[in-house]
Ligand binder design. Structure first.
Ligand code: ZN
Length: 332
């Protein structure tokens, strides 16, 4: 059953108003921090547009043939365009096929919907091809672009879409939603802070034992600084956990370490266990050395998340060696 995530209510109210006044855009660009649920919102909107008998506020009925097909992922008037392999580009052929299809008449005499995610995965010619359709959209068509990196989309695409920005959400709505999912209010609040206000990302962290894994990375960092762990082995383990994720944790940890070093009373770290660990990690490093670690990590994180594929384990090894070097220099 399609449900609207509770923290999306105000965006939904805007959609309802736009539809009531006939001002729903043909191109929508949904921008979010990872895990805020923009894709879920796009799915909900698509289902609502395709349902011939929606309830009040265009809530999809959930029982008609259209809703059943939609929820089973088989609705002929919905196209979902995403990279054929994760992390790859959306190719121009995929966008051409989308356009050919969206030009055809709807099979249920209603809307034709396409969801493109992540829209920033479109390569240049794919984006150019889509632009023509955004400029002259067929009637009753809605293109929904979902992205976590809007800056990577050409300005021409962005300016042709109505933009909807999903902000980090720390309100009671998302806190209660998360607490209900994991049955733990206190942990829910901590996770939401760690996930920077993205409730789905917080849930994902919980389901994948991320807190434990994150702690394990900090333990590794301590052991590596004492030369008690094999750098290549550690890099492989981190790479297996997901290089991008591990780098993101470490960047966050480094930021906190720098904050601790600059101001020992910095009190806004949310987990006290982590706090102790981080403080110990800063013992043998000065601010300058910490910053060089942060810089290298940030550079490697950018390489890791860029369009070109890199040897991610190699990037992790490079960081570990730099981290160890900073400790060796300390000992003279
Ligand atoms: Zn329906």
């Amino acid at each position: 059953m399609l449900t609207l995530l509770p923290w999306h209510q105000s965006h939904w109210s805007n959609m309802v108003r736009a539809r009531q006044t006939g001002r729903l855009a043909h191109g929508l660009l949904l921008k979010e921090p990872a895990g805020a649920g923009a894709y879920e919102f796009a799915r909900y909107l698509g289902g609502s547009l395709l349902c011939p008998s929606p309830q009040d506020d265009y809530v999809p009925c959930g029982t008609c043939k259209s809703c059943s097909l939609y929820e089973a992922g088989n609705h002929p008037d919905l196209q979902l365009i995403q990279p054929e392999e994760q992390g790859r580009q959306i190719k121009v052929e995929q966008i051409r096929a989308l356009i050919d299809n969206i030009m055809l008449k709807s099979q249920y005499e209603g809307y034709k919907i396409a969801i493109i995610k992540p829209a920033d995965a479109m390569n240049r010619s794919a984006a150019n091809t889509l632009l023509k359709t955004l400029e002259e959209p067929p009637p009753l068509s809605v293109l929904i672009l979902v992205t976590q990196r809007p800056e990577r989309l050409p300005v021409t695409i962005r300016s042709r879409c109505q933009q909807i920005t999903f902000q980090p959400d720390f309100t009671e709505l998302s806190r209660t939603w998360l607490a209900d999912k994991i049955n733990d209010r206190k942990l829910a609040d901590e996770l939401l802070v760690l996930a920077k206000g993205a409730p789905l990302a917080a849930l994902h962290m919980y389901e994948n034992g991320m807190i434990e894994k994150q702690d394990a990375v900090l333990v590794d960092l301590a052991r590596l600084s004492n030369l008690c762990a094999d750098p290549v082995k550690a890099a492989k383990q981190w790479n297996d956990m997901g290089a991008e994720q591990v780098m993101l944790w470490m960047l966050r940890a480094m930021t906190d370490m720098i904050r601790l070093k600059a101001d020992n009373a910095a009190g806004n770290l949310c987990q006290t266990g982590t706090w102790d660990r981080l403080r110990k990690l800063t013992n043998r490093l000065d601010l300058y050395k910490l910053m060089t670690c942060y810089d290298l990590l940030m550079r490697n994180y950018r390489l890791c998340t860029g369009q070109v594929s890199y040897d991610t384990q190699g990037l992790l090894e490079e960081f570990i060696i730099h981290w160890q070097q900073q400790h060796l220099q300390y000992e003279g």
